[in-house]
Design a protein around this ligand. Structure first.
Ligand SMILES: [Zn+2]
Length: 313
């Protein structure tokens, strides 16, 4: 793969806003800004429902004026602002539309990239739960969920007639939606077709994959110097999926290993641009990719293997 500006690899982060506040996330972004690493931060537009089972994931939303001012500053510094669903709990169609309109009025346009936040009691997520996979993979997924803690499969964003339907709106307003995650640092090697369109999931224009590291320890493991070298050697692209609200800052102080590894990375000849910029480049270079059934099955199998092993997203 050839990268712009004669860079040798590409690296970016999609920051899932779970548990993020001004206090725990701003030191991370101050640091990334200083290093010239421009990444993607997701936001919630509204405060959601507060229940016993979602206490740990709740963070700030754009309803908090001081937080919103800070997010706008990040955007002016070159970070991409993306959407992480309307809020942390499920939203019916009208609320989703209101969230997208509000996003546009704050940030100048609809979000180009979306990672869905999946309420534990289901809701408006699109092609989620067991619908994330097809055929045999769907059967295996259902079995695994039954064995674990019961089903959380009733997502209805693509189901016309449901109060949670908003597929048509997604198609009109959102370009990229995040789907499968994989363990290695070279996301593009795990999913060479990305961004891709899946004709069996027509309401999503393009899907993208990411590399899993949900909190600071796994992030640091993914960014080991050995892995950084591998990414550069392979000329690959890494889209890390993480939560900067989970352990990167403790008592206002940035994790020292995170600080060190990201500084090393920033010294390498990488193309450090936000997620949508990277995906636009891949799309322009490779042309629109419509995946075949065989490609879909391979992506699903690899993801399911990883998912069943780690039990994560
Ligand atoms: Zn989330």
């Amino acid at each position: 793969m050839e990268w712009p500006e004669r860079k040798r690899f590409a690296f970016t982060v999609f920051d899932d806003t779970d548990a993020a506040t001004l206090a725990n996330a701003s030191p991370v972004y101050d640091h990334l800004h200083q290093l010239g690493l421009r990444t993607t931060k997701s936001v919630w537009m509204f405060d959601g429902e507060r229940r016993d089972d979602n206490k740990r994931i709740i963070g700030s939303t754009c309803q908090d004026r001081e937080y919103l001012r800070w997010v706008l500053k990040l955007q002016s510094q070159g970070f991409e602002i993306a959407l992480h669903s309307a809020t942390w709990s499920r939203s019916e169609r009208g609320k989703v539309i209101e969230a997208l309109d509000r996003f546009k009025s704050h940030f100048g346009d609809f979000p180009k990239a979306l990672a869905q936040h999946n309420d534990t009691i289901a809701g408006e997520s699109i092609y989620w739960g067991d619908k994330r996979v097809s055929g045999l993979q769907r059967i295996l997924y259902r079995l695994a969920m039954l064995l674990k803690r019961g089903s959380r499969n009733d997502y209805q964003g693509e189901r016309a007639g449901s109060p949670y339907f908003w597929g048509d709106i997604c198609k009109d307003r959102v370009k990229y939606v995040r789907n499968f995650i994989y363990p290695g640092i070279n996301t593009l090697k795990a999913c060479p077709a990305m961004p891709y369109h899946d004709p069996e999931r027509p309401y999503v224009n393009y899907w993208f994959a990411s590399s899993e590291s949900p909190e600071v320890r796994s992030f640091n493991a993914l960014l080991s110097e050995e892995n950084q070298e591998r990414l550069e050697r392979e000329g690959g692209a890494c889209v890390v999926y993480t939560h900067f609200g989970k352990g990167f800052t403790v008592d206002g102080k940035l994790d020292p290993e995170f600080r060190r590894l990201t500084a090393r990375l920033a010294n390498r000849p990488g193309w450090f641009v936000p997620v949508s910029r990277l995906l636009d480049y891949l799309l322009e270079r490779n042309g629109p990719a419509v995946i075949s059934s065989a490609e879909r099955a391979a992506l699903e199998r690899a993801w399911l293997r990883h998912k069943l092993r780690t039990g994560r997203s």
